[in-house]
Design a protein around this ligand. Structure first.
Ligand SMILES: COc1cc(/C=C/C(=O)SCCNC(=O)CCNC(=O)[C@H](O)C(C)(C)COP(=O)(O)OP(=O)(O)OC[C@H]2O[C@@H](n3cnc4c(N)ncnc43)[C@H](O)[C@@H]2OP(=O)(O)O)ccc1O
Ligand SMILES: O=C(O)CCC(=O)C(=O)O
Ligand SMILES: [Fe+2]
Length: 360
């Protein structure tokens, strides 16, 4: 337990408490700070201005109960092309599974700093299990108000041996129960690109690896001065995101300036297209910039499953997409190089995808 009140005389004291001692921003939130530490203050242009929110707009909500009907398939492909984000309801992931993984997320973050620190970059028994705070504390000019646990799936045995007991069974259950939904979505999206069948080779490119993150956004003093997660697009093929009932996720509108809120819908899952699918589809399906605001009165959690190519796959526009004569916009890149490029910088909107762009 962190002490009830604490003051940080030096900037290095705060970094030590949050990062090195493993208290995270959750620990900082719980010491009862009156004001946001300066390390978390973001420039005005990186925060969401109330005036830039489109209150009437919303991303599509798609009923998955008849997922392979032509009309539903069309709405999925349209959403991937025009919004990059949609919510699904009446999907096949049992609601109890979602409740269990949310409870497990609270259980993990409720552990002591000492316990969570065992999964930090420095101490974790594997690169595939990582507890951290913000996004990339080395590269960031201002820190983000979020703690996370990131779990890269290799095998049941590895998960059983290395993932934290507080959440491993529930994360595995959530990941495995989502596989049917992931396959349904990819089948529909591939049909929209004239890919008739997802064979073994395509499966490795589209869904060869899964990473599940548990995100924790604690109550923040001065939430208007910081961000929960800065502007970014995911580097996945697609992301399946479970959020709780607090809200705070915003998606970039098509005008490139405004933001649209993604309202929590009980039992729904948010789906977004990632950079890998934007590249594979030669830009037809769009990975869209998004961010999360901080909250002044409530703790929030979210649990994204990042569906990715295998790290050693080469990604580039699919031959089926280029068959009609369109010019490739992206070059061949090794997916793990692409992901490393993303992780080595601070969040910077949609800039990661430039790494794969052909220069005419
Ligand atoms: C955390 O806040 C986030 C996260 C996100 C995530 C969005 C996504 O779309 S995640 C999906 C990414 N795809 C994959 O993970 C599948 C492919 N995986 C790989 O290719 C590899 O596992 C790897 C990620 C490249 C790591 O390979 P490894 O050989 O172990 O390389 P390292 O040298 O350890 O790491 C490279 C570099 O990245 C940093 N890093 C690694 N894992 C994470 C992680 N889970 N979270 C944060 N950072 C990570 C690592 O520190 C290294 O950087 P250095 O500077 O230390 O060299 C969206 C938004 C968020 O706010
Ligand atoms: O917490 C959320 O709603 C979104 C988090 C996110 O964008 C991410 O983890 O990539
Ligand atoms: Fe994201």
């Amino acid at each position: 337990m962190a002490p009830a009140t604490l003051s940080f005389n030096e900037s290095s004291d705060l970094t030590d408490f949050v990062i090195n001692q493993g208290h995270g921003v959750k620990g900082l939130s719980e010491v009862g700070l009156k004001a946001l530490p300066k390390q978390y203050i973001h420039p005005r242009e990186e925060r969401i201005d109330e005036a830039d929110i489109l209150p009437q707009a919303s991303i599509p909500v798609i009923d998955m109960s008849k997922w392979d009907d032509a009309e539903v398939s069309k709405s999925i492909c349209d959403a991937a092309e025009n919004w990059g984000f949609f919510q699904v309801v009446n999907h096949c992931v049992p609601l109890e599974v979602l409740d269990r993984v949310k409870a497990a997320t609270h259980r993990f973050f409720g552990l002591s700093a000492e316990e969570k620190k065992k999964y930090s970059k420095e101490l974790s028994p594997s690169n595939n299990v990582r507890f951290g705070t913000s996004f990339n504390t080395q590269a960031e000019k201002a820190l983000e108000w979020k703690d996370y646990l990131s779990l890269f799936y290799v095998s049941d045995d590895e998960a059983s041996a290395l993932w934290p007991t507080a959440c491993k069974d529930e994360v595995l259950e959530y990941m495995k129960s989502s596989e049917v939904l992931i396959k349904q979505l990819l089948q529909v999206l591939m049909k929209g690109l004239n890919v008739r069948e997802i064979d073994e080779t395509k499966e490795k490119i589209l869904m060869g690896s899964l990473r599940t993150n548990l995100n924790y956004y604690p109550i923040c003093p001065n939430p208007e001065l910081t961000v929960g997660v800065g502007r970014h697009s995911d580097v996945s093929t697609l992301t399946v995101l479970l959020q709780d009932d607090i809200g705070g996720l915003y998606v970039r509108a098509n005008d490139g300036e405004s933001w649209i809120h993604v309202p929590p819908i009980n039992g729904s899952l948010v789906i977004n297209i990632g950079d890998a699918l934007q590249i594979l589809s030669n830009g037809k399906y769009r990975s869209v910039e998004h961010c999360v605001i901080a909250n002044g009165s409530k703790n929030r959690i979210s649990v994204p499953i990042f569906v990715n190519p295998r790290p050693h796959e080469i990604i580039c526009p699919l031959p089926e997409v280029l068959a009609n004569g369109q010019k490739p916009v992206y070059k061949q890149v090794l997916y793990s190089d692409y992901v490393k490029h993303f992780f080595r910088k601070a969040h910077d909107g949609k800039k990661t995808v430039d790494f794969a762009k052909l220069s005419n």
